[in-house]
Design a protein around this ligand. Structure first.
Ligand code: ADP
Length: 168
């Protein structure tokens, strides 16, 4: 049983993320989407909301689960008995940081392997930040995020319009 973790902030999940989840679900027996709780970073959505949004989008995958975690990724992996980290790579700019993280995680636990999936060319420009920026200024986010969560994002932004706590 090969269980992989796909970690990230997912604030919110985008079609780029969903594409990686879908592909990973075909490669591994089980994929756990790990939503990182970062106490130093205020998101647009709180952790529970992010988990719920992802759950809505992955409900048709029977081998994908969604959980939140804090602290070291390798400790979370031990708790859920996963041995593979899945990461998506968009551009060369992602590489340096991801390379360093992969080496560090491997140093902390040599039994953990990081597997990189190249972005689908359709989504190579897509990030959670850019989605929030487009939506905040009234742009159309169809094709950028799953249809099922478009209204959640628009509603949240209209409520949080004057709230400067979250950052793009
Ligand atoms: P973002 O950079 O959009 O805020 P996260 O920090 O939540 O996303 O990223 C989680 C993982 O998903 C990372 O491995 C990141 O490289 C990957 N990822 C994000 N957007 C895409 C995309 N458009 N295509 C492929 N992988 C992506």
């Amino acid at each position: 049983m090969k269980r992989a973790v796909y970690p990230g902030s997912f604030d919110p999940i985008t079609n780029g993320h969903l594409d990686i989840i879908s592909r990973a679900s075909k490669v591994f027996d089980e994929v756990i989407v790990g939503v990182l709780i970062n106490p130093n970073k205020n998101g647009l959505f709180n952790i529970e909301e992010r988990v719920n949004l992802i759950q809505k989008c992955v409900k048709n995958f029977n081998n994908v689960k969604v959980e939140s975690f804090s602290g070291l990724l390798i400790n979370f992996m031990k708790n859920v008995e996963a041995t593979v980290i899945v990461k998506g790579l968009r551009a060369v700019s992602d590489f340096e940081y991801e390379f360093q993280m992969a080496l560090m995680n491997n140093k902390l636990n040599p039994n953990i392997e990081t597997v990189f999936m190249m972005t689908n060319a359709k989504y190579s420009y897509l990030s959670s930040s850019s989605v929030k920026q487009v939506a905040m200024f009234g742009g159309c986010i169809k094709d950028l995020v799953p249809d099922i969560i478009i209204n959640d994002i628009i509603n949240k932004l209209s409520k949080e319009g004057d709230n400067q706590l979250w950052k793009l």
